[in-house]
Design a protein around this ligand. Structure first.
Ligand SMILES: NC(=O)c1ccc[n+]([C@@H]2O[C@H](COP(=O)([O-])OP(=O)(O)OC[C@H]3O[C@@H](n4cnc5c(N)ncnc54)[C@H](O)[C@@H]3O)[C@@H](O)[C@H]2O)c1
Length: 255
């Protein structure tokens, strides 16, 4: 079966690395991002390397844009077999009482409503073909609380609950759904310029492996979860944080 993937937020970071890796392995990849030029650059790089890619501007929190993007991918590449819900925003560090309605809606729509919009549309079609692979990029902040990131934390906990429920509902139809929980990744989101000195040094000092992850390391796990040897992995959350959440030091205040 020809594999066709939608990867959201694939104009940068983890999504871009996943798009390139899946394309190298023969998957036709739709590179979706709210920033059109970034998506175009990734798709061009894939094409130049001999892969097949289509770039689409899509705000994943907007139902009409999600439905239009899915239609475009289906008409261009055929049936969608892989969905990687990766687009995400962290938002500013705010205490709960400082979070505005607009900030809450922006983070929840981008990180969580998007998963619902894509899954609602694609699951029945995957069921018809008795095959589908869904990977949701959550975070260790989907497993732990984190001061001053309440909305992000809520969205990522929601993503993990949603992952488990899709696994339970749709597994009998040949569809698997799993989450990956990265710790700190060397991307625009994970290692912001203003963080590089003090904050990131403290993160790295607490990490058992004394470094942050590279985007390609997360992409390799995505590649495994959508590949032929992962049919029995369903409804789980795979922590990829170098061990940072496994020891008591993480409970010290980082932010
Ligand atoms: N970088 C980290 O340390 C880290 C850690 C844990 C989890 N994550 C998660 O990994 C995922 C990818 O993050 P990243 O580190 O590669 O970030 P990134 O900022 O490098 O890339 C995210 C991409 O998503 C796009 N995007 C943002 N809002 C969008 C929207 N509404 N519609 C479509 N695209 C949108 C951005 O334009 C960007 O290209 C996110 O869900 C993030 O929460 C990242």
């Amino acid at each position: 079966m020809q594999q066709v993937a939608i990867i959201t937020g694939a104009g940068n970071g983890i999504g871009a690395a996943a798009a390139k890796l899946l394309a190298q392995h023969g998957v036709r990849v739709a590179v979706l991002d709210v920033h059109e030029e970034k998506a175009q650059l990734v798709a061009q790089a894939i094409s130049q390397a001999g892969g097949q890619a289509l770039s689409i501007r899509c705000d994943v929190g907007q139902r009409a844009q999600v439905e239009e993007a899915i239609q475009l991918v289906e008409s261009h590449f055929g049936d969608i077999t892989i969905l990687v819900n990766n687009a995400g925003v962290g938002g500013p560090f705010h205490r709960v009482d400082e979070v505005s309605d607009e900030e809450w809606d922006w983070i929840m729509n981008t990180n969580l409503k998007s998963v619902f919009l894509f899954c609602r549309n694609l699951l029945p079609k995957m069921k018809e073909r008795n095959y589908g692979r869904i990977v949701n990029i959550a975070s260790i902040q989907g497993l732990l609380g984190s001061a001053h990131s309440s909305t992000y934390v809520a969205s990522k906990h929601g993503m993990i609950g949603y992952t488990k429920t899709i696994a339970a509902e749709w597994g009998e139809h040949g569809i698997t759904c799993n989450a990956i929980c990265p710790g700190y990744v060397d991307t625009a989101m994970g290692v912001r310029p203003e963080d590089i000195s003090d904050y990131m040094n403290r993160v790295i000092a607490k990490s058992p492996v004394k470094r942050v992850a590279q985007p390609v390391e997360i992409a390799q796990m995505i590649d495994h979860l959508v590949g032929p040897h992962s049919g029995y992995i369903n409804g789980t959350s795979i922590t990829m944080d170098g061990g940072i959440s496994s020891h008591i030091g993480i409970t010290d205040q980082l932010s």
